[in-house]
Design a protein around this ligand. Sequence first.
Ligand SMILES: Nc1ncnc2c1ncn2[C@@H]1O[C@H](COP(=O)(O)OP(=O)(O)OP(=O)(O)O)[C@@H](O)[C@H]1O
Ligand SMILES: [Mg+2]
Length: 512
Amino acid sequence: MKEYWTSLASLLGVLAFCQSLIQSIFPPELRFAFLKFFNRIFHLFSSYCYFDITEIDGVNTNELYNAVQLYLSSSVSIAGNRLSLTRAVNSSSITFGLSNNDSIVDTFDNVTVLWEHVVTQRQTQTFAWRPLPEEKRGFTLRIKKRDKALILTSYLDYIMERASEIRRKNQDRLLYTNSRGGSLDSRGHPWESVPFKHPSTFETLAMDPIKKQKIMDDLKDFAEGQMFYQKTGRAWKRGYLLYGPPGTGKSSMIAAMANHLGYDIYDLELTEVHSNSELRKLLMKTSSKSIIVIEDIDCSINLTNRKKSSGSNATRSYYDLETRPGGTGSGEESGNGNTITLSGLLNFTDGLWSCCGSERIFVFTTNHIEKLDPALLRSGRMDMHIHMSYCDFPSLKILLRNYLGYEEEDVEEDVLKEMERVVEKAEMTPADVSEALIKNRRDKERAVRELLEDLKSRGEGNVKDGKLRGQSGNLTELEIVEEEEKRAIDSQNEEDDSDEEEIEVEDNICKD
Ligand SMILES: Nc1ncnc2c1ncn2[C@@H]1O[C@H](COP(=O)(O)OP(=O)(O)OP(=O)(O)O)[C@@H](O)[C@H]1O
Ligand SMILES: [Mg+2]
């Protein structure tokens, strides 16, 4: 073993001596030519090819360098033994990076490649208008020559894609509002944005877990459905209608969707929009991977159910002039001078204009679905109808976990059984239940006791008022809503039967 180290040391000594000899004897140009020649020989016999990706390309930043840095940040955080940590502006997350002259192995399509982060000191610069950074940074990608044709392009495309994905997820969500009315900012932008940090997630959302999972799967299918939408010739967009009483989590659901998908939110205040063309301009200025929200749409502008407002039984077809997409139906002037028409809105959500830009989700919320025109509810516009309703037992357990940290076993069995018995009759919204739990969050036992009292007294009150089925045979609030929605959908079907093939609506309704 000892001889090994001595021979290695003498070899290194000889090499160092040769190097200093070359440097002292030969002029720089010759040295450079020598090096280039050695390099050529080395690469000729090597089974690898090398690709240098420098940080600065000329005077511009090399986009690929940034993408590689982001991409590797997702893998080094697990594998790297010495990392650099950075945090971008307007982001609350930390990204890992390869330390200087560190390397990491990556695998793509079962091909192993090596990345090295090469950092060298830049020669001192004479005067430069835009001085370059002291250090010259770059990545060197080493791929086996036989794999180069196989993966190089697809691997680099994959890195660019993953990097934009990570960039978007790392950046905090933005909430855009059109609160300035139709006026444009200095960049000609009608939207104003603020960082959006709503804590609501699908985890914290109190609703039936099966229904929640169905929504999450639907969102995932949408976000990953680019090929599907191309193949089926549909615009890459999807509409969700959230309806139900106040305080049932419609706005919280929107925040949960945005946080789940990493999408920005455009909160469209219709009363600030003065015409259909302004509506189109707003839509065209939204970015992809975003959720366009119209909250309380039944109160935004006059979108009443045409059949109801016309009074006559004569069903007006979806193709009436005033509603035909792009129709010239004149909008009724509403109080604040806006002339948005139903057709403008229908076209906004599912017409030629809705396809300017892709990967958009439209979300409308309402407390009164029965007030909305069925044309707005049909599939292709509001593809999934989600009823946010009063607290049921699964939701109650989620709220007990969220607010008190209580799992089922932490609550006495008979109290839990009693809660399960009365919760439906009580018809308490998750907002009410949250309030009851927040009030006593320091004294958890008391919080549970008072909540049970609340549930019981509300249930008794509802039974007394005959709000529940059984006493006076009335429908419960929930059933009233369901009846209204069924009527709205059925009437739309009647119209569609006459004009179009049957649209399968049932599977778009995500009901309790
Ligand atoms: N399903 C839910 N899960 C968790 N929290 C909820 C839920 N519903 C309501 N809350 C709580 O109640 C408050 C109001 O909820 P949210 O604003 O989402 O209700 P909403 O349905 O949008 O009401 P409105 O129809 O009046 O706009 C929120 O602060 C939220 O914490
Ligand atoms: Mg709301």
